[in-house]
Write a protein that binds this ligand. Structure first.
Ligand code: ADP
Length: 611
């Protein structure tokens, strides 16, 4: 309990950081609050004067004056309250905006290791629902608590001044009230935590569902997936109802406690009035002040409940904030390299790497890619080819050995500079549901229209654009759903080229493309390689035939390196891969590119021509 309270305090203090930019708003809000509070506190005094001084003494003039005074005070009190509420709504919205910005920014910086195991829907629920949940704990609620506490203290003092015996009687229920607040508050926190977790699971499942719509339809799994979703939804509904039940029960208990006090006042106060020890006006005012005591108490209870619910969310939010971002550069150097000074030399020096501690995926890899040359990586699936790309881009940092660009350890290079210098074309083109132009511009947000057109021409996207209704502005659908596989690949290549990278990492697509599309993609790749250092995971014969050097990988080790002709005659694994992986009949070492391609320039056409 104690450690929980300390934790809660720490969480709330961390949250305060988001209110620092709004110091002026908060001060003004508190001024409104104090003024409103003062005005609401004097209203019963005016009522008492109306009854005792104006009504009982039949003073009509005083009645009019006090009546107008009451009206002015009530209107002003309402206006001040409104101004305060609006001010704090502004602070609340802006603080939540800052928090959403920071949390999303932080999530984007978390390493791939983290994202590989996370469901995006789960993260979405933290940014959206959990931060949304903080509304209760943010500003307005604190202020409300402050108002309530002051009202409560003020009312208690006035009650004691009016009649201390009656006051003690009505205050006797306070200890019961406090115990109930603590008991129900703790229960509410636990339930809210579970509730948020279930909500996150629903969001995660929904995200999964809509993301996989294609495969669900293809496998006709709509009903099954809906059943799975329903399981999560039902758990969420149950948890909501649990919270509702707890809320109702606690309200009942609080209500009973809060009714006891007025009852005792009416009974004992009536006795005092009958015995002329208390005026009717005083009893009336006393009763009014009791509301000033118990309404704030009820509010405070509500606030404690909602703070407990928000604390559960706050805990989940800061849990994410506390995860370390992308592994920072181990070197304090963090060089921002000048692109123009670099030639694009890549060197691997005895690199060993494991995703999991017990499973080495790369074992003592050393190789060199000279500037402006093309090196093809060839090997069976799982050999470690993609991992080599991941390490060059520093998507994973924890490897032994060194990876150098122009002799500089990549871990000494500023991460953003490194990833601007090197562009990767992944095997599966990832496209945004934006216009074609925006998809290409993603590679370099400051690219001019001319640069976009240049990269599109290099990647042979320009021919596609001619056929699209809105040219470069055409929408391409979710994940490029309105385009063919080859078209998506060419846009993906254009995006990599738009920043004119020194180094290009290309993971060739294995998916089957028709020969004409294949030819266009092939031409796009060939044109895009010109004047750059290229490392290609080769799935096409043309690529290995074109490459200046081929590296053969197997089970995380380099088996051999050389040209196609050299390797084909001396490396049995390479010869085997050539025959199997490239779906070709054995390619004679002396075979030229044109001979291998035939007219179409692709391995498919070559096969066809041999059949
Ligand atoms: P290739 O590209 O040659 O097919 P990869 O580099 O993708 O091979 O994978 C090499 C090995 O690393 C495989 O055994 C694969 O299962 C494993 N692997 C790849 N990515 C991860 C990851 N994120 N976490 C754990 N293991 C991985």
């Amino acid at each position: 309990m104690k450690s929980w309270s300390m934790k809660n305090m720490r969480l709330l203090l961390r949250l305060l950081h988001y209110f620092v930019p709004f110091k002026k708003h908060i001060t003004l809000g508190f001024l409104f609050l104090l003024s409103g509070l003062f005005l609401s506190l004097i209203q019963p005094v005016i009522s008492m004067a109306i009854i005792d001084e104006a009504l009982l003494k039949k003073n009509v003039k005083l009645l009019n004056v006090l009546g107008v005074a009451f009206l002015v005070v009530a209107i002003l009190s309402y206006l001040f309250g409104m101004a305060r509420q609006y001010l704090f709504a502004v602070i609340q919205q802006k603080a939540m905006l800052l928090m959403r910005r920071d949390l999303t920014g932080h999530i984007l910086k978390l390493p791939l290791r983290f994202h590989n195991c996370q469901n995006p829907g789960y993260l979405l629920s933290r940014v959206d629902a959990d931060i949304g949940n903080l509304a209760g704990v943010m500003t307005d609620r604190y202020v409300q608590t402050f108002v309530d506490l002051l009202t409560l203290i003020g009312a208690a003092l006035i009650l004691i001044l009016l009649n201390w015996k009656l006051a003690l009687l009505s205050l006797a229920v306070l200890p019961f009230f406090t115990c109930s607040v603590i008991y129900f508050g703790e229960k509410m926190r636990t339930l809210s935590w579970e509730n948020q977790e279930r909500h996150a699971l629903v969001a995660a499942r929904l995200q999964d569902l809509f993301h996989s719509i294609f495969i669900i339809k293809v496998f006709a799994r709509e009903a099954g997936e809906l059943r799975l979703l329903m399981k999560s939804l039902i758990k969420f509904v149950r948890s909501n109802l649990q919270i509702t039940r707890l809320s109702l029960l606690s309200n009942l208990v609080m209500g009973c406690i809060a009714t006891l006090a007025p009852l005792s006042v009416i009974w004992y106060g009536g006795y005092l009035v009958v015995h002329n020890q208390l005026s009717i006006g005083k009893l009336f005012a006393f009763n009014m002040y009791l509301a000033y005591l118990f309404n704030p108490l009820r509010n405070i209870y509500g606030i404690v409940q909602s703070i407990q619910a928000s604390l559960a969310s706050l805990d989940r939010i800061f849990e994410l904030f506390d995860l370390p971002g992308e592994e920072p550069s181990p070197s304090p150097l963090r060089r921002i390299v000048n692109r123009e000074e670099l030639s694009g030399l890549i060197e691997f020096e005895d690199v060993t790497f494991a995703y999991r501690p017990d499973q080495e995926v790369l074992k003592g890899i050393s190789f060199r890619v000279d500037p402006h040359t093309t090196v093809a990586l060839v090997g069976p699936s799982g050999a470690g080819k993609t991992t080599i790309f991941n390490l060059i881009l520093r998507l994973y940092n924890a490897y032994q050995g060194r990876i150098l660009i122009d002799g500089i350890d990549t871990r000494d290079i500023d991460l953003k500079a490194l990833r601007t210098l090197i562009r990767m074309v992944p095997q599966e083109p990832f496209l945004f549901n934006r216009s074609l132009k925006d998809n290409v511009r993603f590679g370099s947000p400051r690219a001019s229209d001319e640069e976009i057109i240049r990269s599109c021409t290099q990647a042979h996207v320009d021919q596609l654009i001619k056929h699209l209704p809105d040219g470069y502005e055409s929408q391409i659908g979710r994940q490029g759903a309105l385009l063919s596989g080859g078209e998506k690949q060419r846009i993906s290549i254009a995006r990599a080229l738009v920043s004119n990278p020194k180094i290009l990492l290309l993971d060739e697509a294995t998916s089957f493309l028709d020969s004409n599309t294949e030819k266009l993609v092939q031409e796009a790749i060939r044109d895009s390689m010109k004047g750059r250092t290229c490392l290609v995971i080769a799935h096409r014969l043309s690529t290995v035939l074109n490459a200046d050097k081929i590296i053969v990988l197997n089970q995380g080790k380099i088996v051999d390196q050389g040209t196609h002709a050299e390797l084909y005659s001396r490396c049995s694994l390479y010869a085997e891969l050539c025959d199997q992986q490239f779906h070709s009949r054995p390619v004679a070492p002396s075979m030229s590119l044109e001979m291998a391609y035939g007219e179409q320039g692709t391995i498919n056409s070559r096969n066809q021509s041999h059949r």
